[in-house]
Design a protein around this ligand. Structure first.
Ligand SMILES: [Ca+2]
Ligand SMILES: [Ca+2]
Ligand SMILES: [Ca+2]
Ligand SMILES: [Ca+2]
Ligand SMILES: [Zn+2]
Ligand SMILES: [Zn+2]
Length: 296
């Protein structure tokens, strides 16, 4: 009797398990179909000429700098931290502990004098859309910048949002810094982004952040990758702070559903030949961002 009831119960549990097993993959399949559309990876190619140094990993760059004085000086220059433009005081709330005091002071002074000018000339009609950014950096990126790695990544984000703020009243605010361990043998940029999303914990809990900005400095098969539309992207460090923020702005634009225009196209940060010296979007991309202004 008891044995039968036990058997009945286990049969029932078995049946429930079967039902839930049949049900769960169906839901996952639907999720995946949506996610696949949402997470279309857009990859940025390297230039055949001009990216020789940008492509190199931290170790490769170091080895080259030991033999080549010009490269050594370039790397020294690359690690200098310059003031960036903040949009609101919220931008200062989560600075790294070792953020240089003089840099911070210069940024506040610049902000204060600008907002006094703005108050008298324009009236803000729409509210600022704040995008909370979670920075994740791999061991190669951290090794390249040493104790300044958080500031370097922060600066790329602060440079990337200047045009977003001026043209669309969108402000990126770095809210979190964490690390991941990039598989050294892996050069597939898309797989590295997946790995960072998983190992940072982003996939399971975004912890109140909106956008995941992944930084690497190992040699990758692409300059960067971004989800279009989406909420995460990855970039390989470029040997210039200005290239870094241009690339970050480009990748973030994909999250707002902007396309690539290829090597040649309209004057736009989404056109490859323009992307490292242009911070404006073409009319179409401006419209796309405006349409998706509240994406985050
Ligand atoms: Ca900024
Ligand atoms: Ca900002
Ligand atoms: Ca790993
Ligand atoms: Ca690695
Ligand atoms: Zn792109
Ligand atoms: Zn465009």
């Amino acid at each position: 009797m008891i044995a039968n009831r036990k058997l009945g119960l286990s049969l029932l549990l078995g049946a429930m398990l079967l039902v839930s097993m049949a049900f769960v993959p169906a839901v996952n399949a639907a999720d995946n179909a949506t996610k696949e559309y949402q997470d279309e990876d857009i990859l940025e190619p390297w230039f055949e000429n001009g990216d020789e140094l940008n492509r190199l990993s931290t170790d490769e760059l170091r080895a080259l700098a030991e033999q080549n004085e010009t490269v050594r000086k370039m790397l020294e220059e690359d690690k200098k931290l310059e003031p960036v433009q903040i949009e609101t005081l919220e931008d200062l709330e989560n600075l790294p502990d070792n953020y240089p005091e003089d840099k911070k002071r210069a940024e506040i002074e610049n902000f204060t004098s600008k907002s006094i000018g703005q108050q008298s000339s324009t009236i803000q009609t729409e509210t600022t859309n704040t995008v909370n950014v979670w920075i994740v950096a791999d061991e190669e990126y951290r090794s390249h910048f040493g104790s300044d790695w958080q500031t370097a990544a922060h600066d790329a984000i602060e440079g990337a949002d200047d045009a977003f703020y001026i043209d669309h009243n969108i402000n990126f605010v770095v809210g979190k810094y964490s690390t991941w361990d990039s598989t050294d043998s892996e050069d597939n940029t898309s797989l590295l982004l997946d790995e960072a999303e998983l190992e940072s914990g982003w996939t399971s809990n975004q912890q109140g952040m909106d956008m995941l900005a992944v930084f690497t400095n190992q040699d990758t098969d692409h300059r960067g990758v971004s989800e279009r539309p989406g909420d995460a992207w990855l970039m390989k460090h470029q040997i210039s702070a200005s290239w870094d923020w241009h690339l970050a702005q480009h990748e973030a634009s994909h999250n707002y559903n902007c396309p690539d225009h290829g090597y040649f196209g309209p004057i736009c940060i989404m056109t490859y030949v323009n992307m490292m010296d242009e911070e404006n979007w073409c009319v179409d991309c401006d419209q796309t961002i405006e349409t998706n202004r509240n994406h985050f």
